[in-house]
Ligand binder design. Structure first.
Ligand code: UD1
Ligand code: CA
Length: 449
């Protein structure tokens, strides 16, 4: 049996932020959520999150995760003190406890599974994840004997010059026999530079403590300040983009592209520079996205092009062309083979197949049939200042340039609306409708001076 404990009670002073450190977002999810996710493969029996600084806020932010237990550390007296808070809630627990810092968000689930299996195979009292870092600055240094058994962990600030030269660092990821850890925890003291209870000191009270080097040291990057948070984002992005490129997605100038790890892409998608894919988006094969587009929580069907545009919370059908400079949002559903062009906004509307709106329009709260043509500058006047109203346009109808459709309104099928019309009443099928002042010419009229 394995229990997981996540240390998330610290303030994160070095972030210089009002938000608790572990709630800072990294690619759409908080640091602590990512840490929790990294335990997926070991299928923990229990997950205890140790909270303290702004505990209520941290709990609320994690309320959507099932089976999470919260353990309060009301005063933050160090990582050892944080783990001491488990003595009561885990008093009847038998098995291994995996302890993770809430600020180490890039661990791969496989790495944690490896740590647990190394621990169990070797019957260790404790096994800790270590890394050989080119720049070990700030991390605790791990000292081992010839058999890879840990003799000492010394925090950076407590190291002497010779100890600082050791590049092997403590990742803050441990697996303990709970029985041994529970015995050792009450023996901790605060005899160090920070006058804190250090979790790392429990190894002095364990017999067999083994170090396991992680293959990719980027995984154990701890986040203490904003610079490290942005570096972690880069690492995450590199991983995501490498994965998709290996799966057949073409990304041009990947350094200018960002993709959340919740996004799904099919092979032969092409992503052009300065394009950002966020949230629960699905992009089907043959799409060309960008340059310069943002797609958020949207499904884009095959072979669609989105150029210099924003699509959020919406669906776009196959073989459709969006952009340049289009904004599609608010649960819009655009059909197949449509063309939504320059400076057009579509909000919460359903657009039928083969329908075009090529220039300068606002279509909101509307249902458009198939083969409709929206003339340049057509506006649905959907808002009366209090409520939003619906516009319906039937198949094959055409709106002239600069028409205003004052909702609620229904335009039939095969209708042509004359340019510059303001339509306020429903229009029947199969007609031409003109609603504008007749042009007058007043012969010989001049301004009187
Ligand atoms: C810790 C390790 C260090 C290791 C590094 C890896 C100790 C003493 N040192 O140092 O060896 O190299 O992590 O990143 O453990 N926390 C609490 N309650 C507290 C104090 C901290 O919950 O009273 C939490 C923090 O919210 C954070 C985590 O513990 O998520 C680590 O604390 P932090 O102060 O960042 O430890 P480091 O100095 O980085
Ligand atoms: Ca840290």
């Amino acid at each position: 049996m394995v229990a997981v404990a996540i240390l998330a009670a610290g303030k994160g002073t070095r972030m210089k932020s009002d938000l608790p450190k572990v709630l800072h977002p990294l690619g759409g999810r908080s640091l602590v959520e990512r840490v929790i996710e990294s335990c997926a493969l070991i299928k923990p029996e229990r997950i205890c999150t140790i909270v303290g600084y702004r505990a209520a806020e941290v709990k609320t932010a994690l309320a959507h995760l099932p089976h999470l237990e919260f353990v309060e550390q009301t005063e933050q007296l160090g990582t050892g003190h944080a783990v001491q808070q488990l003595l009561e809630p885990l008093k009847d627990f038998a098995g291994d406890v995996v302890i993770l810092n809430g600020d180490v968000p890039l661990l791969r689930p496989e790495t944690i599974a490896d740590l647990v299996s190394t621990h169990q195979k070797n019957n260790n009292d404790a096994t800790l994840l270590t890394a050989q870092l080119p720049n070990p600055m700030g991390y605790g240094r791990v000292f081992c004997d010839g058999d890879n058994l840990v003799t000492q962990i010394v925090e950076h600030r407590d190291c002497n010059d010779a100890q600082r030269k050791n590049n092997r660092i403590n990742a803050g990821v441990y697996c303990f026999k709970w029985e041994v850890l529970a015995e050792a925890l009450p023996k901790l003291t605060t005899n160090n530079d920070q006058q804190e209870y250090y979790l790392t000191d429990v190894i002095l009270h364990c017999d067999k403590v083994m170090a396991m080097d992680v293959a990719d040291f980027q995984e154990i990057s701890g986040i203490n300040d904003r610079f490290q948070l942005s570096a972690a984002y880069e690492i995450l992005q590199d991983r995501i983009k490498e994965k998709w490129m290996k799966a057949g997605v073409m990304i041009h100038q990947p350094d200018t592209v960002t993709i959340d790890d919740t996004v799904q892409l099919e092979p032969d998608v092409m992503i052009e520079p300065q394009t950002h894919l966020r949230g629960n988006s699905l992009i089907k094969t043959g799409c060309r996205l960008g340059p310069g587009s943002l797609i958020e929580n949207s499904v884009i069907e095959a072979n669609t092009t989105i150029l210099y545009s924003v699509v959020s919370d919406s669906q776009v059908g196959e073989n459709t062309q969006i952009g340049p400079y289009t904004h599609i949002r608010g649960q819009a559903k655009v059909g197949e083979q449509c063309r939504i062009g320059n400076f057009v906004e579509v909000k919460k509307s359903t657009i039928g197949n083969n329908t075009n709106m090529a220039h300068l329009s606002y279509i909101g709260d509307a249902t458009l049939g198939a083969k409709v043509n929206i003339g340049a500058g057509t506006i649905t006047a959907n808002y009366d200042g209090v409520n939003k109203h619906q516009t319906v346009i039937g198949d094959r109808s055409k709106t002239g340039a600069n028409s205003v459709l004052v909702a609620p309104i229904t335009i039939g099928e095969d209708v042509t609306i004359a340019a510059g019309s303001t339509i306020t009443k429903d229009v029947d099928n199969d007609c031409l409708v003109v609603a504008r002042a007749r042009q007058k010419e007043i012969k010989g009229w001049r301004l009187q001076s």
